[in-house]
Write a protein that binds this ligand. Structure first.
Ligand code: NAD
Length: 355
């Protein structure tokens, strides 16, 4: 076994149907007295649920969280926090809302509790993103770690099935890259394999029964595991390609992950036979199937858009995307080869099955 150091970074987690009821206790445990609730304009009902639970302690709601965490939005939310003399935020929503809480924690030292309602996994990481003048910068800082994470599966029951599928595959991508990250270790690989298994089975089940309580619970459990893997390992070609495509060509986050993942896994497959075996097992594969193809079929069964073209990318941008992806150097099991990466992007653009 290779040498490793495991300096686990794990926020406190409360999990289970009805776990949201424990939020007042968590706020008290942190000694906070004035809470600002964060959400998107689409999730004001969830924010209201939090305010009802917290009573007088919840002094205001900021309901303008948006994708990519613009610094102007952080400034507006901070102005509201100051006006109401807030000492804690509660972010209820997906990666965009939790990203706003991270922005406030990073720039203004405001601690937060996360209540995730998608499967993106941001709540388990110290990774932040901030967008200014159209450029998104990302980094990692212990200041942005959640003080507690409340996973209450019924809150994700109304997550539209399209986002359920793509967000779930976004989570699977974290787990896969953790399995071959140089910062990984055998415990991370265990969590990753179990995360993929739980999430893949949940996605298939939820497509048929989106309101099923047990499946929602299983999906959120998978998201927790996959997010934990992302928070404790590293990212390779897949995430870098997705950040390039999302950041430079303004393509939607979870949907891009869903299109690119089977092709990125196919690219790396020759360099990671052990990971491919684990992944194949976690995806319930049988003889004659391959892990990249199983991922492709999982997304297709879920009704996801399967090509970058369908997501709005132009064929004329593929060469530039290849150039940007090759500009940065980062650890990846297979060396970055221009011709093969250009071909990978072509396949993803056309939405053909991975080879
Ligand atoms: P999102 O947060 O943008 O949410 C998408 C939409 O779904 C929003 O309108 C939201 O209000 C709505 N929604 C969320 N939960 C819902 C529910 N249960 N019911 C109904 N509607 C619901 O999407 P996302 O995929 O969760 O997050 C994407 C963002 O998160 C990206 O910007 C990405 O970069 C970031 N991210 C960051 C990390 C990290 O570690 N920093 C990890 C993963 C993703």
């Amino acid at each position: 076994m290779k040498q490793f150091t495991f300096d686990a970074r794990l926020p406190r987690v409360l999990f289970g149907d009805g776990a949201l009821a424990q939020l007042p206790g968590e706020v008290a445990r942190l000694g906070a007295q004035r809470v600002l609730v964060l959400c998107t304009p689409q999730q004001t009902e969830h924010a209201e649920q939090v305010r009802t639970l917290l009573g007088a302690c919840a002094v205001a709601t900021f309901d303008r969280a948006v994708m990519h965490v613009p610094v102007d939005t952080v400034a507006e939310a901070y102005a509201a926090a100051r006006r109401h003399e807030v000492d804690l935020t509660v972010a209820i929503g997906g990666g965009s809302t939790i990203g706003l809480a991270k922005g406030l924690a990073l720039l203004h030292d405001l601690p937060y509790i996360a209540v995730p309602t998608t499967y993106a996994g941001s709540e388990m990481t110290m990774i932040y993103g901030l967008t200014e003048h159209g450029l998104k910068r990302t980094g990692s800082d212990p200041k942005v770690a959640a003080r507690a994470v409340v996973y209450d599966p019924p809150l994700s029951r109304r997550l539209p099935i399209g986002l359920t599928v793509t967000s779930g595959i976004n989570a699977i991508a974290h787990a896969i890259e953790g399995m071959y990250s140089p910062d990984g270790n055998p415990v991370i690989s265990l969590m990753a394999e179990e995360g993929v298994r739980a999430m893949a089975a949940a996605i298939d089940g939820l497509v048929a029964a989106p309101m099923d309580a047990d499946l929602r619970s299983q999906a959120l459990y998978g998201a927790w595991l996959c997010g934990t893997v992302l928070g404790n390992s590293g990212m390779g070609l897949h995430h870098k390609l997705c950040h390039t495509l999302g950041g430079s060509f303004d393509l939607p986050h979870a949907e891009v992950h869903t299109v690119v993942l089977p092709h990125a896994v196919a690219y790396n497959a020759p360099a990671i036979p052990d990971v491919i075996t684990r992944l194949h097992r976690a995806l319930g594969g049988s003889a004659g199937t391959t892990a990249p193809r199983l991922l492709f079929d999982l997304a297709r069964r879920g009704g996801a858009l399967m090509s970058l073209r369908d997501l709005g990318m132009r064929a004329s941008d593929l060469d530039r995307a290849t150039d940007i992806a090759l500009q940065q150097r980062y650890p990846n099991p297979r060396p970055l080869e221009r011709i093969a990466i250009r071909e990978l992007l072509q396949h993803a653009f056309e939405g053909i099955a991975p080879t």
